[in-house]
Design a protein around this ligand. Structure first.
Ligand code: ADP
Ligand code: MG
Length: 418
């Protein structure tokens, strides 16, 4: 089935073509007709399945009728990056019908946003905190609102935004269409959906199944050898774009530094970064300046880099939902990707839980030639491993880590190659 069946107006159909979308994704196929009927919808589908266009296209078709210059659609998203990405989709699909869309998020000057709002826009894509600021200051008028979208609802819950969302809901017109999209459905989101949607239709695709195009593999390894193993795998990966997840901010930062000292174009994305640095890391990863991005779960919220080839869980995620979220970032829409997870002996319970959700056992892999038995005392976790075909140019560096790999000596990072 193509997009024709939805009978979008010619301009929107052209924009879909220009975007390179040939065939609707499963969630789009199911959700679009129902959203176009004006029904409230709960859309459940994992990350990377095309949820954005599933709500943006019907919204544009609706906005094409009726008056312009009033905020008639409000899309709420958990992070600035995500809001920016959704806005980009609205702009590129809505350009042909002259729809005006803008983002609202914190961390930047509020005045340009006010000016933009005053100039008249049709769609606002907002993060909850700054949106509330505008609502409180009455710099946004929502009395013409027709459609409200809560996107990535589970992430908004994880990030503690539900109280803000409830405040927002109290101040928007009751008569409206409400759409809620989420990759997972924790109880809190079910409650939220009951509160703010009217007689919703729930649409699910491949519940809790990670993208089919993703190859999963486990790499059993001792904690103290994880960094060395990562470097070896990086050499094998070659040119792919790699997203690495660590459990802590500190580890993300240090690991990125290690990768840089091993000559990889790497950056970290973690909560301690300034907004400017965060954006630089993300933009650099998107445009290929950085081949590797090392991130924590929270910091990585909303990253959509469609060309990620590998997600590597340096530390296994805490929950199966987090696993699905992380993996959803590779193998997005019709692409293939690899999901590698480093596992230590302590992770066996977490592995079983993930395998249960995937309904399959995950292949165990080893890296040929890797010294899995390297003793902790002898290992040099941050030294540059010799590349295949290269004579050893390893330097003594005195870098080390504790058993759990948390504490890294600075020596390994400061060391400069000769
Ligand atoms: P989600 O919100 O479900 O995580 P997105 O809406 O961000 O997913 O879409 C993921 C990727 O898939 C984006 O890069 C988007 O451009 C692409 N995409 C969406 N719909 C289609 C389609 N019908 N055909 C091809 N690619 C698509
Ligand atoms: Mg999304």
């Amino acid at each position: 089935m193509g997009f024709k069946a939805f009978q979008f107006c010619d301009e929107i159909s052209e924009s879909i073509k220009a975007q390179g979308f040939v065939k609707p994704t499963p969630i789009q196929e199911k959700a679009i007709p129902i959203v176009m009927k004006g029904r409230d919808v709960v859309g459940l589908a994992q990350t990377g399945t095309g949820k954005t266009a599933a709500f943006v296209l019907p919204i544009l078709e609706r906005l094409n009728q009726g008056q312009r210059g009033k905020v008639r659609a409000l899309i709420i998203a958990p992070t600035r990056e995500l809001a920016g990405q959704i806005n980009d989709v609205v702009v590129s699909l809505g350009k042909s019908i002259g729809i005006k869309s803008m983002t609202i998020f914190g961390g930047v000057n509020i005045n340009p946003q006010m000016k933009n709002l005053r100039s008249g826009v049709d769609v606002v894509v907002a993060c909850p905190g700054r949106l509330l600021d505008h609502m409180n200051q009455k710099t946004i008028v929502l009395s013409h609102l027709e459609v409200l979208v809560l996107d990535e609802a589970d992430q908004m819950f994880d990030m503690g935004f539900l109280p803000d969302i409830r405040k927002i809901l109290k101040q928007v017109p009751k008569k409206r269409q409400t759409l809620l999209f989420s990759a997972t459905m924790p109880k809190e989101i079910q409650f939220l959906a009951q509160e703010c949607l009217t007689n919703p239709e729930t649409i699910e695709t491949a519940k809790n199944a990670a993208a089919v195009t993703v190859t999963h593999a486990l790499f059993p390894v001792s904690q103290h050898l994880k960094t060395e193993l990562l470097l070896q795998i990086m050499y094998k990966i070659g040119t792919g774009s790699v997203l690495v997840f660590t459990r802590t901010k500190h580890r993300a930062k240090r690991l990125a530094e290690t990768l840089v000292s091993a000559d990889f174009r790497a950056a970290s994305l973690q909560g301690n970064l300034s907004q400017a640095k965060r954006e630089k890391a993300l933009a650099g990863f998107r445009d290929g300046t950085f081949q590797v991005l090392v991130a924590t779960d929270i910091a990585a919220r909303g990253i959509d880099v469609s060309q990620i080839s590998h997600v590597i869980n340096y530390d296994i995620p805490d929950t199966t939902d987090a696993y699905i979220h992380r993996i959803g970032r590779t193998g997005r829409a019709a692409r293939t990707g690899d999901a590698y997870t480093f596992v230590t002996a302590e992770d066996s319970g977490a592995v079983r839980a993930i395998e249960r959700v995937l309904k399959a056992s995950i292949e165990r892999r080893t890296v040929e030639g890797f010294d899995y038995k390297a003793a902790e005392s002898k290992k040099n976790e941050f030294a540059r491993p010799s590349r295949p075909g290269q004579s050893s140019n390893r330097k003594p560096s005195g870098a080390g880590s504790t058993r759990d790999g948390r504490s890294f000596s600075a020596g390994g990072f400061r060391r400069k190659k000769s």
